[in-house]
Write a protein that binds this ligand. Structure first.
Ligand SMILES: O=C(O)[C@H](O)[C@@H](O)[C@H](O)[C@H](O)COP(=O)(O)O
Length: 260
């Protein structure tokens, strides 16, 4: 697993713009190298902020949107179309504005659909979708994602893996149902740390002073059960994209000077 790299940006707007530019480049490179790219999206303000910045990026259409596979790291287990669902917010921020191949966009199941109110069944179905998309060269139960995006909660949660909760302790399954989540809504579906760690690159996004302690804890050697963000590592790269406020608790020698 790769040691975390840290990049600090002047503010959250610049962080979103820079992360969007970085993601465009990563997707374009992956498509040039392998003919397609695979990205896992995250919910929350920073995740959606990145998507909105991407929607407005001049280089946006350097991406071949029809050859991009989109998955989700977690989802709020709510009815289809609920404004609180991560996919609903992602569509509004970017997805509805670009010519994706709908067959390559993989939202997590909604409640009230074929799985009713059974988040565990929905999780198992998503795990099957991931397994079905994994190629022999991926050597695992999920495709090797080029970039897996994660927001970071003030309690160091990532996706819907919360400190000391069952989901963060999962070592076998790739996707779990989450019950009693501290962040509403209480019922969710989430990738587990083994699934997250299958990604080539994991990018963690955190902006704002309310994230400073979570960032410091996660980057100071805390265990992944107490600090799930600490366990979010990519096979080739782990990148923390921060603004100055979120980085304010880190020893200055831990990261290069903030970008302009
Ligand atoms: O479903 C969710 O709520 C997100 O996936 C969650 O993991 C989010 O990324 C963090 O809570 C950070 O959210 P903010 O970026 O809004 O602080």
């Amino acid at each position: 697993m790769s040691a975390p790299q840290i990049v600090v940006h002047r503010d959250k707007e610049l962080m979103a713009e820079a992360a969007a530019a970085r993601l465009i480049t990563k997707i374009v490179d992956a498509q040039a190298a392998r003919g397609s790219a695979s990205v896992v999206l995250t919910g929350g303000r920073n995740g959606n902020g990145l998507l909105a910045a991407l929607a407005g990026a001049p280089a946006r259409d350097a991406v071949d949107w029809a050859r991009l596979d989109l998955w989700w790291g977690d989802e709020r287990f709510l009815p289809e179309g609920d404004p609180e669902r991560n996919v609903t917010q992602a569509r509004a921020a970017l997805l509805d504005a670009v010519p994706l191949d709908p067959a390559r966009v993989h939202p997590m199941p909604a409640s009230g659909g074929v799985y009713g109110s059974d988040a565990d069944a929905a999780a198992a179905a998503y795990a099957s979708s991931l397994a079905g998309a994994a190629r022999p060269e991926d050597h695992g139960a999920v495709p090797v994602f080029d970039v897996l995006l994660l927001g970071v909660g003030p309690d160091t949660h990532v996706a819907s893996l919360f400190p000391e909760h069952p989901g963060v302790r999962e070592t076998e399954r790739m996707v779990v149902g989450v019950h009693g989540a501290p962040k509403p809504p209480p019922t969710r579906v989430s990738l587990t740390l083994p699934a997250i760690r299958a990604a080539r690159e994991v990018w963690l996004l955190a902006a704002g002073a309310d994230k400073a302690s979570a960032v410091t804890i996660a980057l100071s050697g805390a265990g992944e059960i107490q600090a799930p963000a600490a366990g979010a590592r990519g096979r080739a790269r782990t990148l923390w994209l921060l603004d100055r406020a979120a980085a304010s608790g880190l020893p200055a020698q831990l990261y290069p000077p903030a970008s302009a």
